[in-house]
Design a protein around this ligand. Sequence first.
Ligand code: PRX
Length: 650
Amino acid sequence: MSDTIHSVLIEDRLFPPPAAFQAKARLKDLAEYERMYRRSIDDPEGFWGEQAKALIPWMKPFDKVLEWKEPFAKWFLGGQTNASVVCVDQHANSWRKNKAAIIWEGEPGEVRTLTYGQLQQEVMKLANVLSSMGLQKGDRVAIYMPMVPEAAIAMLACARLGAPHNVIFGGFSSEAVRDRVNDAGCKMIITADGGYRRGQVVALKPAVDEALAKNGCPTVEHVLVVKRAGNPVQFQAGRDHWWHEAMQKAPAKHVAEPMDAEHPLFLLYTSGSTGKPKGILHTTGGYLVGTTITSRYVFDLQDDDVYFCTADVGWITGHSYIVYGPLSNGATILMYEGAPNYPDFGRFWDLVEKHRVSIFYTAPTAIRAFIRAGDHFPARADLSSLRLLGSVGEPINPEAWMWYHRVIGGERCPVVDTWWQTETGAIMISPLPGVTATVPGSATVPFFGVDPEVVKQDGTPCGPNEGGLLILKRPWPSMLRGIWGDDQRYKDTYWGKLAHRYFAGDSSKRDSRGYLWIMGRVDDVLNVSGHRLGTAEVESALVQHPWVAEAAVVGRPDEIKGQAVVAFVTLKANAKPDHDVRDTLRDHVAKVIGAIAKPDDVRLADALPKTRSGKIMRRLLKEIAAGGVPKGDTSTLEDLSVLAKLKDED
Ligand code: PRX
């Protein structure tokens, strides 16, 4: 069950859609939502066929909606389209040509606006640059960038050529870059010299150099570098190229080739409960349909909105709800480069005021940090442009929900708590803001075509308010198509736990109203500040250190981050730590994975508690990490004294 705490406030008031919001909403009639939902469940192919036709331009119409050979789905067979045409050309070639597609603000404060027409120019030129470097349909491209418009342009240019992108979060280390580039066999890397974060330049190109050193990534032929921060970088002749120089020479026209609906659009690596991060595969047609329809109905996107999602394009939220979903709808997005607390905790609210943001989407961890920082930050900004608020990434505790609703939303903005995953591609469970009455802490109801259930370990349904496993009972258009290069892992992880059901890895309950409450991961995946982190990854980073014999990593409830990372470590007998071993190991993990994985706490032990069969007793470690007294049966412990030691050790 979940490790997250912070649910002190019991708040079961219903918040109906505010009347002023509802009056203008795309979907305002509960009966209409119910009709649409019923249809999506009773006749999914009819529903999705109609929606897909209406929502995105097809270069060739599809002739079959779904082919389901469990657990492999194909959607919109025979259809062809191109994601960059859907997100850019369709608008650039319409009255939206001079409408802002991307308003970008750098952390130091500079602002750039790209209209749909200008975005199209950039995407076309970059597609020509990439082709001139030998990139072909099907080749994979790693994108390791700060939050600058070029990150979105790079994704869209890859999509235009049918070259699946593999965006790697800019906070990941060179080793993490190398692993992801090699697993996907990327032919190119698109990066930048650096970006700004908390007033500092975070260098990216040197990390790429390190990943490529000593032939570390043998498939990479070219590296394209955006000049963003002006930090010094080294270039390897023939391999490395400046973006601005290549773009200057590139022809301005490029005709997009139609891609099959099932052509791979991107890979995105995410953590699982075992082993290395897995490359989640999404394809063109279904993903676009899923992100377009959810952006339209969950965010109620309309033409005069300014939409601000605070995620980074390195995560699925950035893919689906900064780039593909909003742009496909022809929306204006605000993209911000830096930290939420730079120069202070009022930055987001200043951005909202300055750019007249109307829809704002962030994670509970940020909301909790804002609460702690104080109400004077939002109070100093004019937030009257806001009309809708969203939350994603982790359970939102009722206190945070209420503060968000009251202080940021001025009690006039609906709050949509959206549950979904890298694997689902698009939002699966969420209120629809013009029709669903919300309850703080509940993600409420399934989106169209989503058929969830809460079940016991044996697959039988749970009763009202009974906690269980969250499963989805049928395929949906934006679902992952597999794990890159590992069909078996795909089957076992998602479809192997309960027959004919997609197992999400989360626990949940359904209340007597029928609303869903997501409670947290049931596997060995942590959720640290809304970011997914596999305990196995951190353990494997720790045991790479020459001093470490064994490591076990667990989550500890944390008021701000949701979960904190606690590592229990045993050192080798011959280890001779010469300085502070805890800091050394924390820094070591940051170097191997990235700062987000840095343990908050490293606890040294003579041995780890194990069952007789040699399994580390994580449940006990979790309780110890949380400061509790271990309960339950410990009779299978190999060495009870180990347990006492772990508790005392500090
Ligand atoms: O545990 C759930 C949590 O985040 C996990 C998915 O993580 P990731 O693939 O990185 O995608 C995050 C952004 C979509 C889920 O298995 N999660 C996501 N949204 C919520 C959530 N938990 C509770 N409530 C949510 N709204």
